[in-house]
Design a protein. Sequence first.
Length: 599
Amino acid sequence: MGLMANIRRDMKFAAGLRRLLKRIKPIQLDSPDLVCDDFEEAVDKFSDNIAIVDEHRSLTYRDLDAMANRYAHWAKSRGLRSSDVIALVMMNRAEYLAAWIGFSKVGIATALINTNLTGQALAHCLSISGAFQIVADEETWKSVEAARNYVDRNLMLWVLGLKSEDESDTRRGLDNPVRSGSSVRPARAVRERLTNRDTALYIYTSGTTGLPKAARIPHSRARTYMRAFAGATRSTPQDAVYNCLPLYHSTGGLVGVGAALLNGGRLILRKRFSASAFWPDVKASGATLFVYIGELCRYLVNCPEHADEKAHGLKLAFGNGLRPDVWSEFQTRFAIPEILEFYGSTEGNVSLFNFDGKPGAIGRVPAYLKKQINIRLVRFDVEEEAPVRGLNGLCQTTSVGEVGEAIGLIAGDIRHDFSGYADKAASEKKILTDVFAKGDRWFRTGDLMRQDSQGYFYFVDRIGDTFRWKAENVSTSEVEQRLAEAPGVQEVIAYGVPVPGQEGKAGMVALVLDGKFNAKAFSDYVAEALPTYAQPVFVRILKSAETTGTFKYRKVDLVADGFDPARTDGSVYVRGGKNGYMKVTAAGREAIENGTVRL
């Protein structure tokens, strides 16, 4: 890269960082200004602007504020106090935002529950939230009722759109109680004892490796998410943000919302993502910005060409998880002028931004800003799943290009704060101590990354997904990226499975195909695309891939099934034979497990 290109890159990065820092600078942990105050400030500036367009209605900022006030007064009428929590189980709609913003006006926290959960998983989330009151809608309340039996306390369920014949002693309609409430803002005195340290929301981890955990989101973190992207995206009152991500997740519910509602723009809200309807809807809605999760972009790239895929007004796509193998095609094919990729976890204190749009990078920290930005990479032992420590007992930072775990210093300010989970034990597991000095505390992201000589960071894998085989570390993320273009492959999920008598884990991929499995063609492609140690030992054929509400694969279930064909509804193959892969039978599985057949 030439001198002038370096200068332009650094200027773009500095400008983006400056916009972001300017917006989050007013946030102080002991300040009484809460997330609802930021919203009310926007309402006072842009009261007549359209705030939200969902699939039912269009609301101005004034209308949305009035609706939020009604929810606030309703909550107070129920006798709820600032230490209480309301669980929100609702599809994307204007009432969703009005509810939790309204509850925050009277100091009540809201647990944002994944609408895809059912049964014991849903009951688990309701239980750990501590909520006794649940707000749902006509699409979600039956799932809540089915989960009620697994919760060991009495729950009162309030439902938007509930028919009168469906009411009971523990289930009531919510429309009339909210509608009859006052539209006047509750006095700030109601929340005068609260500060940014207090809880605004609980947002749950996706549960790709077990039951979800409830991350505590204090007002400081909610404000930081929303304000950061109001600055980073450069959105204006003339912009419209297209948001089809679930509002129970931080990217859709805070990042995408803040970019619109804190700057006077319009939030175009959809219940869910539809690949076939996406481009016509983006065009018709007049969207200028689009908030994404990486897998959503991959789905779009895999779709057939559409007449409207370049006939839109988008100027920026922003989000996280856009894979390197998808990035350039996504941007070129759909004529997206600018992409803003970021990295950050719901509960963590580590954030990165790729302001200059380098394909594949999740963010950048130039050398001259290293001390100011809260991230370090430490050497990591994949087998022990723990950072490497030297003779002095302290951790070691990685070299350029070396893979390590990303960690963030925990301290008492906005940039370094770690709020943790509702479960204190789960919070402690994420804290690494005595890292570079005795007594220091760092947040463990659980993510493996590498950084190049120009300061760009690249995501490598989740800890636990990377595994050892043939004395080499295998990155499941890299395997997935390489095999995504294999003949006939629509989706690929890579993971490691234990094999009796073998050290490490054997590589396995689960494939969703657009036809029959061609073992020879796939084997030939694998041999060309991957080094020997990373080539999948096992292949499992899936009819479809189960994902979380944020499009992440649930690998934990696949790992549990292993390579046992009796536990699958599709075929399992093992590497070998004249075609490169051959079917695993019950007898074959037994031979592999007892060591008769060596891998």
